[in-house]
Write a protein that binds this ligand. Sequence first.
Ligand code: C2E
Ligand code: MG
Ligand code: MG
Length: 278
Amino acid sequence: GRGRFSFFSNEMNAVAQERLALEAALREALKHEQLTLHYQPQINMKTGHIYGVEALARWYHHEFGEVSPARFIPLAEECGLIGELGHWALREACRQLGSWRKRGINVPMISVNLSPTNFHNLNLPQMVMNALQENALSPQDLTLEITEDVLLDTNPSTLKTLLQIHENGSRLAMDDFGSGYSSLNYLRKLPVSELKLDKSFVEDIEHDETCRALSYAALCIGESLQLTVIAEGVEKTAQHYILKEQGYHAAQGYLFSKPLPPSVFEQWLAEHKSEAFL
Ligand code: C2E
Ligand code: MG
Ligand code: MG
């Protein structure tokens, strides 16, 4: 009251202090390009070879240690840094793919995660084109992963931006499919080319008949709309087999590889060149 505020308790004060410190650190990290991207391969179920890679942001801070994206992505949202973070991830992923291609390392395509707020920006389609062109890539080399939240968001620019990106030839993937609240309405409205089944369905697929039925239902929805359907969070051979048998087009998970720093990912690629995951 009276134009002043104070925190409720010392504990809350400490939490707020830490958050402020983390926010300042994230601002610095973005400014000095201290975030990195790790790459997780996606496997084509038919051939057993690489289908693409997903770029996942990583942040190591000398004081806070490894900060999880589950923490710093929402933080970036809250403190207005998500636009910058999205732009950085896009440029960095394209730079990396361009560099692999130049060195004759065959990576078929790259997926980048973006937050709903990134699609408010009407310049995003142009930013995407620039990042591709600067690295001699074509639009088909890039997939942008979005979550169901994009439709909970009522910003009028979102749909326009998504349609423009699709028109320019890049693909949109619906990430964490089945875990949100926005029903199937977005499949009518958004130009999505790929569905990524949420890993919660894969986790229990071996033992839970309902999970198996739901993952199959998700595949049928995708197939009937001519979408590529990918399963996430595949950790066990048994899960891989079930999903393959159901007809999943691609899979991603620790069974094949964890997300890796670029140089380690290159080694992984070299080691698995002739060996297929079947
Ligand atoms: P996501 O896009 O759904 O990414 C998949 C997450 O599952 C990643 O977590 C990945 O490391 C993890 N994962 C992969 N395989 C397995 C597995 O076999 N088992 C299990 N249990 N987990 C697996 P990560 O890297 O911690 O990222 C978490 C989320 O943070 C991502 O979920 C994505 O939504 C977000 N994120 C990451 N990087 C970015 C980014 O650059 N921009 C934005 N906006 N969001 C990002
Ligand atoms: Mg993703
Ligand atoms: Mg996901």
